[in-house]
Design a protein around this ligand. Structure first.
Ligand code: NDP
Ligand code: OXD
Length: 325
């Protein structure tokens, strides 16, 4: 690789296949400098000493403690909850996440698919089709549907832009105010309730942090709009399983507090086959595939970030470790 000396890079991708990552990293990193580990067994100590960077997804606790000279860990995904709170990444080391148009586009497509699915009652038509019934359902216009983007960062903004193009009445919710945003963005805990009260379809694209864990709970569901054109609220979670209180979600779908949900992420993944959410009313479940990290799309950008970081240039995907995202 031309540019700065990056030392050795350890790659470990949990239960994902490493093949595509190795293939695409090899185009940038010399064969002796890319070390693959299954995350269970560390490379020999003399190699570990030379590792300065890790490219990682869901690595067993303690793994990073094997690398005393680690300068940064690059997440292969946008979410860094698998890295942010662990104690084995040295305090002085940085965490870099993925910001990439391919991943953003995938999550945007998933989000838009699910907003439309609930607004246009795809599950109702699927049920009618199973009974071979020609059953037109009531239809409303997109501008009459209020979508609330909980998390208005890279993914929330992209999904919001496409949904707004389709005519949906979008608002966002973030930690910090965004006076220049093209839609109204509510900010902070103080503005959570007014944001929920104006929302018919709630989309969660938050990072999982101490502040956001469990945010999709009974209290949140009960504050969503009851007076909307959709006849009741819907929840779409593409963030992390830790955002939803599963028992509250199940109750809310069962008692009609929520008219439907789309859930991509769960506390326990794969979702066990006996989890009652599989059979909850009007739920669309996807197996953490809202946005798959495709090495052929992501590796070049990750390497660019790595080089910028090593050269001391700004990296926009740098994680604020104190904020947890
Ligand atoms: P960003 O960091 O770009 O955006 C996060 C947004 O959440 C920001 O608007 C931020 O506010 C807001 N936020 C964070 N904490 C709070 C809080 N306490 N209260 C209110 N708002 C808060 O992240 P991305 O958009 O790139 O990704 C979001 C998440 O999506 C990832 O962390 C990951 O968990 C998930 N994801 C899921 C995928 C899947 O396949 N299901 C794929 C990719 C990502 P502010 O703007 O003020 O900082
Ligand atoms: C991600 C994910 O965070 O795949 O990118 O969930």
């Amino acid at each position: 690789m031309s540019g700065p000396d990056l030392g050795k890079i350890v790659l470990t991708v949990g239960d994902w296949s490493p093949d595509g990552w190795i293939e695409h990293l090899r185009a940038h990193v010399g064969p002796d400098d890319l070390i693959f580990s299954d995350g269970k067994q560390a490379p020999p100590p003399d190699i570990c000493d030379q590792v300065r960077y890790a490219i990682a997804w869901k690595t067993p606790d303690g793994f990073f403690g094997n690398f005393p000279n680690l300068k940064a860990v690059l997440s292969t995904g946008a979410g860094v909850d698998h890295l942010a709170t662990r104690g084995d990444i040295p305090q002085g080391a940085s965490i870099i996440r993925v910001i990439d148009p391919d991943l953003t586009g995938r999550v945007t497509a998933w989000t838009v698919m699910n907003v439309i699915a609930h607004h246009r009652q795809a599950l109702g038509y699927l049920a009618a089709q199973k009974e071979a019934k020609w059953r037109p359902l009531p239809q409303s216009s997109a501008p009459d549907v209020r979508v609330g983007l909980m998390g208005y960062g890279e993914l929330g903004q992209s999904a919001g832009a496409v949904l707004a193009l389709l005519g949906y009445d979008c608002a966002g919710w973030a930690r910090s105010p965004k006076p220049d945003a093209p839609i109204n963005v509510f900010a902070g805990q103080a503005e959570l309730e007014p944001f929920l009260r104006r929302t018919d379809i709630l989309v969660c694209l938050l990072p999982l942090t101490e502040d956001t864990r469990g945010i999709l709970n009974r209290d949140t569901f009960s504050k969503l709009a009851q007076d909307g054109i959709t006849g009741g609220p819907f929840v779409i979670n593409g963030g992390r399983g830790g955002h939803q209180v599963e028992a509250d979600l199940l109750d809310a779908l069962t008692d009609g507090t929520l008219l439907g949900a789309s859930i991509d992420v769960f506390d326990e993944e794969p979702l066990p086959s006996d989890n009652p959410l599989w059979g909850a009313p009007n739920i669309l479940i996807t197996p953490h595939t809202a946005g798959m990290s495709a090495p052929e799309a992501l590796v070049a950008g990750m390497v660019r970030n790595l080089i910028a970081f090593a050269e001391g240039r700004p990296v926009d995907a740098l994680v604020d470790r104190s904020a947890g995202y």
